[in-house]
Write a protein that binds this ligand. Structure first.
Ligand code: ADP
Length: 235
């Protein structure tokens, strides 16, 4: 269980997160929706230990993730706004680099399998700087799941993906859910979020404005609630 307690982040005297409270159940998919500027990406960066809160904490199994961030980082896969890929390295070299970082034994077979899965085996030896945005995003998916992470954090992962890559990502998410991995997904696509999520939360003004368990509410009822909350526009 991941517990978010009074999480607060301030940028230039402006609150990006205000005493955010949230619990993330193991093996479940949590989807975060909300208008631009609601604090979603700020939250994801802190959850991935890439940024620190000004106040509050995130506990995993009762321990702060910030006490040993390197240990927590080994358990996570992240797709963020940055691809975290090295443009001058080839696709294969990028995955090899991360495999070394994660100390994955006999990584070559796993790297080849993943390149096959994301449809990039034929570009294995090409430098990433020659890849299209969508191809880089495909490789970022392979990078994020390379270490078979216990928690997968996805910040608008469908950006730039074509239909077949989107389907591939959805299939991986469903597969990881059935393998009891914890998934946190930020998306602007309510329908997609509703279909994948066990729980959906709506962020607004750095707080959780609403939340629902998807099995307890229809998509159209949830959409009404979402529209009522977000009709005020961006911050
Ligand atoms: P969302 O992902 O929901 O669109 P963000 O978390 O990106 O929202 O942003 C929340 C607020 O924090 C916004 O007002 C944004 O301008 C601000 N913010 C985010 N990152 C930074 C940063 N690095 N420096 C200054 N302000 C930031």
């Amino acid at each position: 269980m991941i517990e978010v307690r009074e999480l607060t982040k301030v940028y230039n005297k402006q609150f990006a997160l205000r005493n955010l409270e949230l619990s993330i159940e193991p093996g479940k998919c949590l989807c975060i929706l909300g208008p631009n500027g609601a604090g979603k990406s700020t939250f994801m960066r802190i959850l991935a230990t890439l940024s620190r809160p000004n106040k509050g904490d995130i506990l995993f199994e009762g321990e702060s993730i910030f006490s040993e961030p390197a240990v927590f980082r080994k358990k996570i896969g992240l797709i963020g706004h940055a691809t975290f890929l090295y443009p001058e390295l080839t696709a294969g070299e990028n995955l090899k680099f991360y495999a070394t970082l994660y100390q994955i034994p006999d990584a070559q077979q796993r790297i080849d399998d993943l390149l096959q899965t994301v449809g990039l085996m034929h570009r294995k030896d090409d430098r990433v700087r020659t890849f299209s945005r969508g191809m880089q995003q495909r490789l970022a998916i392979a990078r994020a799941i390379l270490n078979d992470p216990e928690h997968l954090f996805l910040d608008e992962p469908y950006t730039g993906l074509d239909q077949s890559a989107s389907q591939l990502l959805t299939d991986r998410i469903i597969e990881l859910k059935s393998a009891h991995r914890t998934i946190v997904l930020i998306t602007h696509n309510l329908q997609q979020g509703y279909q994948l999520a066990d729980k959906i939360v709506i962020f607004k003004d750095g707080r959780v404005a609403d939340e629902a368990v998807t099995s307890a509410i229809s998509e159209s009822d949830f959409q009404q609630r979402y529209l009522a909350i977000t009709s005020g526009g961006v911050n």
